[in-house]
Design a protein. Structure first.
Length: 469
């Protein structure tokens, strides 16, 4: 099947691949094309940019979290109906889970999807040396189709011509364009105000400026032709979204607003596929858990940025407490986990009351507290996993947790990361919470179990006594 596609890889983090990707997405959207964005790795922020530009949910492609075949299924499903798919890489092109192999890297994804690669290289203070950089990327793994180069942060048109001549002479790869050092072209840091800024449309001028810059100095026609010349995509047998979509048997409430908005599209779509009707509510605006809900999913985001507002939403807090007292299935991850605490202490050391469900205190830190891939093994039977079963995801947060009853705490998972194995989360009855963002594509039974638990609760809720918090 035809699936025009291109990978925008970087020589390193900060090379400019997000700037280039957004510029290309915006430029092709101006041509009234249907454009699909993808992001390699477990990031939530860059896909939010993509979605704002293309008006289609951007999707993560991660060969470690999902596995190779499922990753290809996610790409096939997400790219359906699109005229062009633009896949933004992660970190440097060869950076992934392990420094000794390509697992989870942009390089591996490009090979698995047979997608041509445009390499973005920061050539500031560089001329012929840029050719050595590109040559290294070209020869480290010959199975990668390095189809072109975009050079970033050039000082002048003359500087670009020098770099272009050197790269094309040594590497035989076309340099398809450049971007300058103009500060106006810099994508803002992934600051905590990003999501509300996107919702308010405040980045529209930036997207237009990026499109203008790309159209002026990048050969978009050649890039589109490279994407269209990608070999036919071989259809994969679905293992994630397989069989027929099931009729809804239960209702799951999804917390989605400025404070809680980090969800993998596939997590929600799998719930819908296997029989859940999803209804959204906005805790930050004072909306309690909907009366129709038979379960709740509260994902990650930035509750610390809105801690004072959340603390004043007493009816929302009460609705969470009632849900837990009634035994309603509730899954909370990262920001949602933080919200279930007794209180959150912000960076100014000010305490704010949270939902008061878990006997713990969250304290924000100036530096990143946790980052990286995670493989979790359930310590006990939980809402999503049976004891001993595994799932994969990632962790990224600036907070630490202090538990009231450390010795008797019902930990949810044993978590394996680069720094070893540790215990995390909380699991008791139908309540499951933790810092790890789980990707349901790593174990689709999580979605099916969540739905089954909600359906069972709906049938039995009327006869079950309240639990004490």
């Amino acid at each position: 099947m035809e699936r025009p596609r291109i990978v925008i890889a970087g020589a390193n983090s900060g090379a400019g691949k997000t700037t280039v990707t957004l510029g290309l997405l915006s430029a092709f959207m101006r041509r009234h094309m249907i454009v699909q964005g993808f992001k390699v790795g477990p990031d939530y922020i860059d896909p939010s940019y993509h979605t704002a530009v293309t008006k289609r949910p951007s999707r993560n492609l991660d060969s470690w979290m999902m596995g190779q075949d499922v990753m290809r299924e996610v790409f096939e499903r997400g790219s359906e109906g699109a005229d062009l798919s633009v896949i933004e890489g992660v970190m440097g092109m060869y950076d992934g889970k392990d420094p000794l192999e390509n697992t989870g890297s942009t390089a591996e994804v490009s090979v698995l999807l047979k997608a041509p690669v445009i390499l973005v290289v920061n050539v500031s203070s560089m001329a012929r040396s840029a050719a050595a950089v590109v040559l290294g990327f070209q020869t480290l793994d010959p199975s990668i189709h390095l189809a072109g180069v975009i050079v970033n942060r050039v000082g002048s048109k003359g500087h670009y011509e020098l770099v272009k001549a050197a790269i094309e002479q040594v590497c035989g790869v076309p340099v398809v364009g450049y971007l300058t050092k103009q500060e106006t072209l810099r994508v803002p840091e992934r600051h905590l105000g990003l999501i509300p800024a996107l919702e308010r449309g405040e980045l529209g001028d930036l997207f237009d400026a990026l499109a203008n810059a790309v159209e002026e100095t990048v050969d978009t026609k050649l890039i589109l032709q490279i994407a269209r010349d990608a070999p036919p995509f071989e259809a994969v047998k679905p293992t994630l979204f397989c069989g027929e979509k099931r009729a809804a048997t239960t209702t799951i409430a999804i917390a989605r607003d400025r404070a809680f908005n980090f969800y993998y599209p596939e997590n929600l779509e799998l719930l819908s596929w296997y029989g859940a009707e999803l209804v959204e509510f906005r805790p930050l605006e004072g909306e309690p858990i909907p009366e129709s809900a038979c379960g709740v999913y509260i994902g990650g985001g930035f509750p610390e940025e809105y801690a004072e507002e959340l603390s004043h939403k007493t009816e929302v807090r009460a609705s969470f407490q009632r849900a837990v007292q009634r035994g309603m299935p509730l899954f909370a991850e990262c920001g949602g986990y933080m919200y279930l605490a007794d209180q959150l202490i912000d960076r100014a050391a000010a305490p704010h009351a949270m939902a008061g469900i878990l006997g713990m205190e969250i304290t924000m830190q100036a530096r990143l507290s946790a980052l990286g891939y995670r493989e979790v093994t359930a310590c006990t039977d939980t809402l999503l996993l049976k004891a001993g079963e595994c799932a994969r995801g990632h962790e990224f947060h600036y907070s630490t947790v202090s538990r009231k009853w450390e010795e008797s705490w019902p930990f949810a998972y044993e978590v394996a990361g680069l720094r070893g194995v540790f215990r995390d989360g909380y699991a008791c009855g139908n309540l499951l919470a933790g810092y790890t963002h789980l990707h349901f594509a790593s174990n689709k039974q999580m979605a099916e179990r969540f739905i089954a638990s909600c359906a069972h609760w709906r049938r039995s809720a009327a006869s079950e006594p309240l639990l004490s918090l």
